[in-house]
Write a protein that binds this ligand. Structure first.
Ligand SMILES: Nc1ncnc2c1ncn2[C@@H]1O[C@H](COP(=O)(O)OP(=O)(O)OP(=O)(O)O)[C@@H](O)[C@H]1O
Ligand SMILES: [Mg+2]
Length: 598
């Protein structure tokens, strides 16, 4: 019932169509009742008075009934089927909007293909539940009630005998319904797993090819596909046994009517016309009886799918938090200065439970990614972060726009706990170039303007120039209007990085986070871009992660991370004099440069 009340929230937004749709179903059923009565009447009339007038009158009436009924049927479909499409659209919108608010960990728990399956085949099953299921349920109920009335009106005893198989129909429906539901769930699960597989393989196509794993992937896919078909087969076995069984039971009813009803005609208890009418009405019951099975099937599928969609819609997002006023945050200001403070920050990635759909295996180690980190970054300063791979640099940066949530009180922006900031304002204050660039399959210009869609061409060009993209743009066939292919596949690694950098520059945010954003460009280009960037840095708080000393030496402060802890901090000269990790890194990189110069 809870599942239906969830659906009701959507259905009740369209009361006019819902109720007039159901009324049209009633209309078509009521008008349809005239047909058996007319045919029976015609038979009786014709026996006593076989004239062409009788023939024409009854024939004309039958045509009229068919026309009116057709009009109602048309209306019912127009109203209820479009209604189901609208509900589907609203559910899909809500689903997508909900996914967009989910925190990172949600996507660690749910495979993309599974989320896609819910948005496609599950949503379709829910649509069938809203449209056809409502339509046929109403039809069945109205038809059953009216038909039973007319049957009993003709002869109660005959009706009872004809309906004797009914309890068996109900029984068969129950038993088969449960099985069908169970098998359908299994089919949906496997379909989701298969979708995940396809999605991952397409996304990782280059890796698959590079490692020549096509054959293996094909075999794994074929096995999963086989499993899907075999689950479908089990489902088909049950559904295909179900329908003939129902029809057989219905047939028994007709045999009874033929024997018992024929006797009644011979005895003169009912007329031949009434016998014909009775049979006609009984035929009208056949469809509802079969429809019950079908509707139950639809309802089972729809409800199972609805539950799967609802489970997603009801996981709470990351975006819920008190409003700034409610939070009663002291010193909350309209404009963001960009003062960041980390206080004794410990952070460990949540260990991921075992589960088939999980994609992030973690090998038992619970090493914290960041430990006891205390750091104060004054507004408007540039702080560089260096450290070995895996030392926690990206983790530190990801905490700021809350791609992952820091522990309460550990990180503040302008003196306010990050967790108390409204997420949209926090993120608007931060422009980030993540370590792994992601481009959309639109034009270069649109990719740059992703965070500022209203930006003018001139601004976009300027951002591109600052990011060192100028010469690349002139080499692209259509400059800023060049389409970059899926995920930017037509660009080089360094070009992609610079598009992402331009995107961040265009945002003009008070805080700029650059996570190793020039790792794929050569040292000279990096030098040139950094010179450009220094014109952008003043007045902003910049966190700059890099593996290259040349990129970080001019920062106001350099922080060296080691195993999630701050190992050293200071200016370039101070750290070199300190002769620790940083000085070691500096020495090695200078040596490399000298070797290259030879
Ligand atoms: N999503 C995640 N789930 C679990 N552990 C993670 C996740 N991301 C990173 N880690 C772990 O956290 C630690 C710090 O990773 P992080 O990405 O911050 O390193 P990094 O300093 O940015 O490294 P690199 O220089 O290679 O980019 C590593 O031990 C890594 O394995
Ligand atoms: Mg990193």
């Amino acid at each position: 019932m809870r599942r239906l009340s969830f659906l009701w929230r959507y259905l009740r937004r369209h009361p006019v169509r819902l109720y007039t749709g159901i009324a049209s179903v009633l209309g078509s059923v009521v008008v349809g009742m005239a047909t058996p009565l007319l045919v029976g009447g015609a038979v009786d009339q014709f026996r006593t008075n076989p004239t062409s007038r009788v023939l024409v009158t009854y024939g004309g009436l039958l045509v009229l009934v068919a026309a009116v009924r057709g009009a109602f049927t048309n209306a019912q479909r127009m109203l209820l089927v479009t209604l189901s499409r609208d509900v589907e659209q609203e559910l899909r919108d809500d689903y997508f909007a909900h996914l967009a608010t989910q925190p990172q960990r949600f996507f660690h728990r749910h495979a993309t293909g599974d989320l896609l399956a819910r948005a496609t085949s599950d949503l379709q099953a829910v649509r069938m539940l809203c449209g056809p299921a409502i339509m046929y349920t109403a039809n069945t109920v109205f038809t059953a009630v009216l038909t039973l009335y007319f049957l009993f009106d003709i002869h109660a005893g005959l009706s009872l005998a004809a309906l004797a198989p009914m309890p068996f129909v109900a029984l068969a429906t129950r038993v088969f319904g449960a099985r069908i539901h169970q098998h359908f769930e299994r089919v949906q699960e496997q379909f989701a797993a298969l979708s995940s597989r396809v999605q991952e393989n397409l996304a990782g196509l280059r890796v698959v090819r590079a490692y020549a794993r096509e054959d293996r992937e094909r075999r794994v896919f074929a096995a999963a596909n086989d499993e899907l078909v075999s689950r479908h087969r089990s489902l088909i076995r049950w559904t295909s046994a179900f329908h003939p069984l129902l029809q057989g039971l219905v047939g028994v009813g007709f045999v009874i009517v033929l024997g018992y009803g024929g006797g009644l005609v011979v005895e003169g208890v009912i007329t031949i016309g009434e016998f014909v009418t009775f049979n006609f009405f009984l035929t009208k019951l056949v469809w509802p009886m079969i429809a019950i099975g079908w509707v139950i099937n639809l309802a089972e599928r729809g409800l199972a799918s609805l539950a799967r969609i609802r489970r997603i819609l009801e996981t709470s997002g990351a975006g819920e938090q008190p409003s700034p006023e409610e939070a009663g945050v002291p010193g909350f200001r309209e404009s963001v200065a960009g003062h960041l403070r980390f206080t004794d920050l410990d952070f460990s990635y949540p260990s991921v439970e075992n589960g088939s759909q999980l994609q992030v295996p973690v090998n038992g180690s619970v090493e914290p990614a960041l430990a006891g980190l205390t750091l104060d970054i004054a507004a408007g300063t540039t702080v560089a972060i260096v450290g070995h791979t895996g030392s926690g640099k990206s983790t530190l940066l990801s905490l700021l726009p809350r791609l992952i949530d820091p522990p309460p009180g550990a990180v503040t922006l302008d003196g306010v706990d990050l967790l108390d900031w409204p997420l949209d304002r926090l993120r608007a204050a931060i422009a980030m170039v993540p370590q792994e660039t992601f481009l959309f399959s639109v034009t270069v210009g649109e990719n740059i303007a992703f965070g500022q869609p209203e930006a003018g061409e001139e601004q976009i060009r300027r951002a591109a120039e600052l990011a060192g993209l100028e010469s690349d743009l002139s080499s692209f066939p259509r400059g800023l209007d060049t389409i970059v292919g899926e995920r930017g596949i037509t660009l080089s690694g360094g070009q992609k990085q610079r598009v992402a950098l331009a995107r961040a520059i265009l945002c003009d945010a008070p805080i700029l986070l650059l996570d190793d954003c020039l790792s794929a460009v050569d040292t000279q280009t990096e030098e040139r871009i950094l010179t450009n960037l220094r014109t952008v840095f003043p007045g902003r708080t910049v966190l700059l992660v890099s593996h290259r000393i040349s990129a970080v030496r001019d920062a106001d402060e350099i922080v060296v991370l080691d195993g999630g802890r701050i190992a050293e901090r200071g200016t370039h000269d101070g750290l070199v004099a300190h002769d620790g990790l940083y000085a070691d890194l500096d020495r090695r990189q200078r040596l490399e440069e000298e070797l290259q110069a030879i």
